[in-house]
Design a protein around this ligand. Sequence first.
Ligand code: NAD
Length: 295
Amino acid sequence: MTAQLLDGKSLARTIEKTLRDEVETFAKVRGRRPRLVVVLVGDVAASGSYVKSKESAAARVGIDSEVIRVPVTTDTLRLVSLVQGIAQDTHGPADGILVQLPLPAHIDTLAVLDAVPADRDVDGFHPENAGLLSQGRPRFIPCTAAGVQRMLIDAGIETAGKHVVIIGRSDIVGKPLALLLSARGIGGDATVTLCHSRSADLPHLTRQADILIAAVGHPNLITASMIKPGAVVVDVGINRVETDGTSRLVGDVDFTTVREVASWISPVPGGVGPLTVAMLLANTVLAAELRLGQT
Ligand code: NAD
């Protein structure tokens, strides 16, 4: 069996088309466009390139965006007060505020993220948004988790009653995914096992998965022998590897061998990544609409 591809890139373009219409309607009613403000600290190449792809996707759907670049020498207090200022619209209307992670080690990341008001938190990391998600009444869902669920729904992959095994328990990906896929409703109702670095006998657990989701950050961690034949495999990992002096991006899954065992597989790049960006745009439009409703 050769697995069908979960084409995140093409689904992201379809989502963008719908968002473009919503943005045009918003602009007509409000007299301005939804606006996203991104804070980028330091000059880590990967973060810079993620921010660039967010900026160009925002431009494609007509969302205004601004990137505020901050030198790596900043400290927690200064960064918190910058975010608080953005939240008071001192940098223009900020419907959505995003602090690009990871922050340098000397910064208290939680203190900075907590400074983003819950109603502008388009990354969905604020405790209030995490709490709403855990109670099954989500507002801003973390973008990668929302993107994975959307990918499964779009491909017509049933989750109800299925055993989903997620590898990785981060607040950004693994945990919100476990909540989403086990919640009641479309794209949910699954039985979820959440694995992590201390899980015993990972292959034993992964072989039970109808749907396996890898979000670790470890190239080729998942091999064909760890997959139940016919399973759906979603690869969230993004790893830069060097082969013969050439650098390329790979996921956590050994794509070439696993695609011969799985029924569906998401590629890296072109899988979950573009959907993460599309969900960020969707959250930004939602944030702008929520503000429109409030004023
Ligand atoms: P993280 O470092 O916060 O979490 C990694 C998780 O993997 C941890 O919970 C850890 O317990 C688990 N883990 C580590 N080694 C393991 C092992 N040997 N066996 C089982 N579990 C193990 O990372 P994160 O922020 O959740 O990101 C995970 C990966 O997803 C990274 O490669 C990241 O670049 C990628 N990512 C991709 C997107 C996207 O849009 N495609 C978005 C966010 C993160």
